[in-house]
Design a protein around this ligand. Sequence first.
Ligand SMILES: Cc1cn([C@H]2C[C@H](O)[C@@H](COP(=O)(O)OP(=O)(O)O[C@H]3O[C@H](C)C(=O)[C@H](O)[C@H]3O)O2)c(=O)[nH]c1=O
Length: 204
Amino acid sequence: MPTEFDTFEIQGPVLFVSNRHRDPRGIFAETFRADEFRDAIGDVDLVQENQSISHPINTVRGLHYQAEPHAQGKLMRVVQGAVLDVAVDIRPHSPTFGRHIKIELSAENWYQLWIPPGFAHGFKTLRPDTHVIYKVSDYYSPSHDHGVAWNDPDLGIDWELYGQQAVLSDKDRQQPRFCEVTPLFAGGAIPADVSRQHGQFAAR
Ligand SMILES: Cc1cn([C@H]2C[C@H](O)[C@@H](COP(=O)(O)OP(=O)(O)O[C@H]3O[C@H](C)C(=O)[C@H](O)[C@H]3O)O2)c(=O)[nH]c1=O
């Protein structure tokens, strides 16, 4: 498990760096230990692990979050290739509401990024055939799975595309603007009872 960790100016996310043991065969690292994770993050159970493989460079997945009561914390790492990982603070009462962190996670740097519940998350691949593996603190719940437009100008995220096209899912091409969903956050935790009609959010 990582032996060092660092925090960001936005309270919540934590960067872990695995302690690597090198020898002529290669590298060994403990990439996760529940005791060290608990010491750094607190009493959080990681109940599901996901893997996504993105073939094209400039694949953008996000920005996604699960609504309460199934909001997910995510422990992200890249085992092949590299991503620009982005987490947007959508905690209604946070002083950094709407602001984001951005960091490169790669098979080379062995970084792991903990993103607590209350963030919309996404990444852009920096290499072809990038493999991302991540543990989450609640199970996938399709009815609580929501998104925000990755390129919403109000969020001001520089995805460093330099004029190239992002490769997106149909779902991510039509995510709502941040301003469309923020009124739903204003009342506190992200409501679970929103439904998306034609790309718009309307409380049921
Ligand atoms: C997230 C998830 C998805 N699925 C199914 C649903 C679809 O049939 C298929 C692809 O799902 P989606 O297009 O939502 O996958 P991504 O675009 O990679 O979304 C994920 O990537 C961004 C970066 C995130 O932060 C979230 O973890 C997650 O939303 O996998 C599951 O069966 N279980 C799951 O936990």
